[in-house]
Ligand binder design. Structure first.
Ligand SMILES: [Ca+2]
Ligand SMILES: [Ca+2]
Ligand SMILES: [Ca+2]
Ligand SMILES: [Ca+2]
Length: 422
């Protein structure tokens, strides 16, 4: 029995089948850019099963629109290409796969793009100094389009909308309401790191194990950040689903703004594949690894999204006398109670504005506009205060005034009256 086990172990260790489950120097014989993903192994994906939650990391039934869902992103690579695919279903809409390859630059939002203008904003808040999420390029397709585009940031909101060809290869098979379809791309590393031209990446002719190739060497230890979404097809539309799930979620409203605050992090380079790394990371995406084992998330999915509304504005007094140096302090209440002991709840935020109007609706003063607050404690005693002065610094006449608080971008608003006395 022991001998049998030993020989089984030996067989397993010697088995070449492992080589089919991992990245390699050349995957061109296995990965076909045809818009189907049966050529990827079970290790070549972003989303697995969250055993603690007893749920898949990305659901196929969490979209706010019927028949428009993203449920998997496939990823693998070789010396020449990053292979990326998005699986799901669309019914006349779009799928987009964002790639953040350069930490110090990238898009802040899609809302002013010269091409693919959508109501999506990226959370660029830095986590552990990583620069947050600011994609440098994205792949995009619409239902029925056989060749997804690659859209590359040039600067600011200027993007270059590339068609499949020299810079990358692509295929998609989305066909109204058919499941089991995908968009798929082979993106040369040169194009993945296009945003770094002049910043350190370069083509290098290298002979490794007796074979000479041109390598695009990137900064050692590079990680890619990746997120996929479904969007509406028209300019300014939002979308019903993202993968990994975002904290603020989506609505059935096709125009509502979507904030992308979560992403997968793919650790490309721990090993010295070429000899350039002196035994450590070498600036070449590692060969012989299972991509899923290199995936982590900013926030572990699945995530229950919370879109907050304002429930109330509270004052510390019903009336105050600014000409006697008094101020009125206020605080806002959200409609959902959060758990301060939950790291996820502590990460949730709202963007707030506060303004004062007179009793006829005339504008008096903006106290602040679009500031980010932790949803677990959305009030800020140093900002949530009014000294009774208008935008010109003059103390306002006695009377009834209205405090208005807004969750931006115009998602929820609350007003409450108070009195200025002399
Ligand atoms: Ca394929
Ligand atoms: Ca989904
Ligand atoms: Ca989702
Ligand atoms: Ca490497």
């Amino acid at each position: 029995m022991r001998r049998l086990l030993l020989s089984l172990l030996l067989l397993t260790a010697l088995s070449p089948s492992r080589a089919w489950c991992v990245t390699a120097r050349d995957l061109s014989g296995r990965i076909k850019i045809d818009g189907f993903t049966n050529d990827y192994t079970d290790d070549e994906k972003i989303f697995g099963f969250n055993t603690a939650a007893g749920l898949p990391e990305e659901a196929s039934d969490d979209s706010k629109w019927d028949n428009n869902d993203i449920n998997q992103i496939r990823i693998t690579w070789d010396a020449k290409n990053l292979y990326l695919a998005g699986e799901g279903i669309t019914y006349g809409n779009n799928m987009v796969l964002f790639i953040d390859s350069v930490p110090t630059r990238g898009l802040q939002s899609m809302s002013n793009l010269n091409s693919w203008k959508r109501n999506f904003t990226f959370d660029t808040t830095s986590v552990n100094g990583d620069g947050g999420f600011a994609p440098d390029l994205f792949a995009a397709t619409w239902d029925g389009n056989p060749t997804p585009r690659l859209i590359v940031q040039q600067s600011g909101s200027q993007v270059d909308d590339e068609i499949s060809g020299g810079f990358f290869r692509s295929a998609a098979t989305f066909s109204t309401n058919n499941r089991g379809r995908a968009m798929e791309l082979a993106i040369p590393w040169r194009s993945v790191f296009l945003g770094q031209v002049g910043l350190g990446t370069h083509d290098t002719l290298l002979t490794v194990n007796g074979v000479t190739d041109t390598f695009r060497v990137f900064p050692k230890g590079t990680r890619l950040k990746i997120c996929g979404v479904i969007t509406g097809g028209g300019d300014n539309s939002g979308g019903p689903d993202s993968a990994p799930d975002n904290l603020r979620g989506h609505t059935s409203d096709g125009n509502a703004a979507v904030l992308l605050d979560n992403y997968a992090i793919v650790d490309l380079d721990r090993n010295d594949d070429t000899g350039l790394g002196n035994g450590g990371p070498d600036g070449v995406a590692d060969w012989g690894v299972e991509p899923k084992s290199r995936v982590s998330f900013r926030y572990q999915p699945p995530i229950t999204p919370l879109r907050f509304a304002l429930r109330a504005i509270d004052f510390d007094r019903p009336a105050f006398a600014p000409d006697r140096g008094e101020k009125i302090h206020f605080s806002v209440e959200l409609d959902k109670k959060l758990n301060p002991n939950s790291a996820l709840d502590r990460a949730r935020t709202v963007n707030l504005s506060a303004n004062v109007f007179d009793m006829h609706g005339g504008f008096v003063r903006n106290l602040y506009l679009n500031v980010t607050r932790p949803a677990v404690s959305p009030s800020d005693a140093t900002q949530d205060v009014w000294d009774g002065r208008d935008a010109h610094g003059r103390i306002v006449p006695a009377g009834i005034y209205i405090m208005r608080s807004v969750i931006e971008p115009s998602l929820s608003r609350e007003t409450r009256a108070f009195v200025v006395v002399r």
